[in-house]
Unconditional design. Structure first.
Length: 94
């Protein structure tokens, strides 16, 4: 998905404008707009936010950081554990 879409989806899930979301996460709305579009201030290169900034956004919104990193494509999802199978013991094995 990319970090930009992950930030935008989080903001929209909270029903917030860029300005209100910026106030909540203590990041300027102009910077948030650039992050959501994954572009730099110069507009011609991709920007990469610091891990500290992404953690701050998650902390301020009470969003699970690991889940955010998975959705943004930074880490692979943790696979579900395989089911445990129990075999029936024969009376002879006891």
């Amino acid at each position: 998905m990319g970090y930009g879409n992950a930030i935008k989806n989080l903001r929209k899930s909270l029903g917030m404008s860029l300005r209100k979301f910026g106030e909540l996460v203590e990041v300027g709305y102009t910077h948030l707009s650039l992050l959501e579009r994954e572009i730099s201030y110069s507009g011609n290169t991709t920007t990469h936010p610091s891990i500290d900034l992404l953690k701050q956004i998650c902390d301020k919104t009470h969003y699970p950081f690991r889940q955010f990193l998975e959705e943004a494509g930074y880490i692979d999802p943790v696979p579900a554990p395989e089911p445990v199978s129990y075999t029936h013991l024969d009376a002879a094995d006891e």
